[in-house]
Design a protein around this ligand. Sequence first.
Ligand code: SAM
Length: 314
Amino acid sequence: MTEFNYHNPVMLNEVLSFVPREKKVTYIDMTLGRAGHSSKILDILKKGSIFYGVDRDEDALDYSRKALKPFEKKFQLNYLHSCFASSVPLLKEMGVKGADFILFDIGVSSPQFDDPKRGFSYRYDAPLDMRMNQEDDLTAEKIINTYSERDLCRVFRDLGECHIYYPVVKKIMRIRDEKPIKTTFELVDIIKQSLPSHELNEKGHPAKQFFLGLRYEVNQEIPQLKTGLEEAIKFLNPKGRLVIISFNSEEDKIVKDLFKKYTRSPVSDKYHPILNEKKPEFIPLTKKPLVPTEEEIAENNRCKPSILRALERK
Ligand SMILES: C[S@@+](CC[C@H](N)C(=O)[O-])C[C@H]1O[C@@H](n2cnc3c(N)ncnc32)[C@H](O)[C@@H]1O
């Protein structure tokens, strides 16, 4: 296990405010991480509740299994090494019928980000890896050295939302013809050498969006989010609640659109009569998304971009 284990759970008070406390429940943490949220949630859940902790990162599961051991007497604790897009089908195979509380706190954990070996950060020199699940085949190195020009453009433009990406792609193609690009700092140098000075003078690190695009591609984070969330919504029991924390407007848009799909009544007027459409089975618990308080940001600057939305099955 890595020695990088500290993760400060974001918007903890807001998450706890949605936790059902009156009866025994089935609770799924889809992004267990270092069990920061789950250890506090288990503190307030009714004895006899059933817990499933999901993470695609084996280090996170190893740590959390130990951290949550003290709760073994009070709850049935289960762990799944899985991505969240596959976890509902897996849970169904295990005989689980539905859930009363589901939490997603998506993205990378501090231990993943702060462990230079994992290659997520442009601030440390490390192999270009970025896999959340170390057993996956696709690494950032593979993408940089084998993807076509067109696919590299897609990763940086569509996933990373980089303003100027083509000079970087051209330089990657040229350099990798001579020798493979293997480390984060080699890539950072290529980015810095390729971007025009006005782009380099923009606020923020010039490699930030390039690294985000790569991370999304390595871990298939956007398709994971769409599938995982949709499966989870449908898996809620009556009165079951889902809470999701996302980290940027791209991720939040996916959450917002999906929440709309499940909570909006169909429009009805003389041109669009409601025929066989059913009334929505879900209600939003957050009319507007919640964001961290000033106090939390002052204590933990990393929480700043967090956006929380929640819904409930009727
Ligand atoms: C922001 S951290 C969660 C931290 C956790 N809430 C805590 O307080 O310790 C996100 C975690 O979700 C995991 N993760 C991200 N995407 C995933 C996916 N598609 N399937 C399963 N786990 C995922 C990551 O490996 C990471 O451990």
